[in-house]
Design a protein around this ligand. Structure first.
Ligand code: BTN
Length: 335
């Protein structure tokens, strides 16, 4: 993607035609630079019309992120949150981890060219079709107290979506949001600190708003977006403001009480409650059982065929294939 692409698309967002020479003058560059930059619009799944004698036009302008509109949505919380909105960045998580020292620092990007998912995966998002942001939070507790943080964050996203009257949203342990078993949003938490004293977490949230087909084809799991769920486009700035607000409230609640109250809400929205699961642990071993929900530490409770409940601290969950038998299947430590 060319560095000037997003500034050019912002100018074109009035839906009118703009001559190449006018755009060039506006940004203080040559017409050739404008043309080269706009040729890279495809990389963001954006189409720009070019008509001889009239110039360039953007037929479907996105609702751009606007820090002021997001702040308005935050209300009184605005004074506690350091909010930054940038056009393009590698990854909001990486930037906050590397560069920030501020508590309650929220960084949102129109576009991430190296968005990161869990387990080293790439996180795909499109310009205007997603929300990608991270929050840096300092905890007065050590890393040990952060177990279950991603579940609290999941509840904050769930609460936000309920405010927009979106129903049937469910949580997949440890930190995905699903709709009808398709992924809607993901959470990536990266924490630093010592075991007991204090810790820092960078909490990254990515939500699909409207993902075009070309991008969907590159994603290797069933996915959905808010456009499909709601049947219409949701206001990005209001949504982002509400997400930040709910996130701050959930983080404060988590700091004060852990998951004691939040786990009930999490369990009520558990996507796989009572279903047969296969959990892959970090060492590659698998655990099978039926999902009994989470405990106050955020661990997944798996019921074995013999009635024994084992707790899983971390892993990747999948629905078991039909006919998979769980008679005492226990192929791993870590329970
Ligand atoms: C996952 O489901 O694997 C987690 C996805 C997390 C994506 C978000 S988008 C904002 C933040 N910055 C990143 O690079 N990743 C997270």
């Amino acid at each position: 993607m060319h560095l000037l692409l997003i500034p050019l698309l912002r100018i074109l967002s009035d839906g009118k035609f703009h001559a190449g020479s006018e755009l060039a003058q506006n940004l203080g560059v040559s017409r050739a630079t404008v043309s080269n930059a706009l040729k890279t619009a495809d990389t963001l799944s954006v189409s720009v019309f070019k008509v001889r004698g009239r110039g360039y036009q953007l037929p479907h302008p996105p609702e751009w992120l606007d820090a002021e509109a997001v702040r308005q949505q935050l209300g009184l919380l605005a004074q506690d949150v350091r909010l930054e909105v940038v056009d393009a960045i590698g990854s909001t998580n990486s930037t906050l981890l590397r560069e920030s020292t501020t508590h309650c620092h929220c960084l949102a990007a129109e576009y991430q060219y190296a968005g990161r998912g869990r387990r080293g995966r790439h996180w795909f998002a499109t310009l205007g079709g997603s929300l990608s942001f991270s929050m840096r939070w300092r905890f007065n507790q050590g890393m040990g107290a952060l177990a279950g943080l991603s579940l609290a964050v999941g509840v904050s996203v769930l609460r936000t979506l309920h405010q927009f009257d979106l129903t049937e949203i469910q949580l997949k342990w440890p930190n995905d949001l699903l709709w009808r078993e398709k992924k809607l949003a993901g959470i990536l938490i990266e924490a630093q600190g010592d075991a007991n004293d204090s810790s820092i977490a960078v909490i990254g949230i990515g939500i699909n708003l409207h993902i075009p087909n070309e991008t969907r084809e590159r994603i290797d799991q069933p996915m959905t977006d808010l456009q499909e769920i709601a049947g219409h486009t949701l206001p990005r700035n209001i949504l982002l403001g509400t997400l930040i607000q709910q996130l701050v409230l959930a983080l404060q609640e988590f700091e004060a009480h852990g998951l004691i109250h939040l786990s009930q809400e999490w369990n009520a929205a558990h996507a796989y409650s009572g279903r047969s699961l296969c959990v892959t642990l970090a060492n590659g071993n698998t655990l099978n059982g039926s999902a009994e929900g989470i405990n106050h530490q955020g661990e997944l409770l798996l019921k074995q065929a013999n009635g024994e409940i084992i707790t899983v601290h971390s892993g990747e969950v999948q629905l078991a294939r039909p006919g998979q038998n769980f008679s005492g299947d226990r192929h791993a430590a870590g329970a």
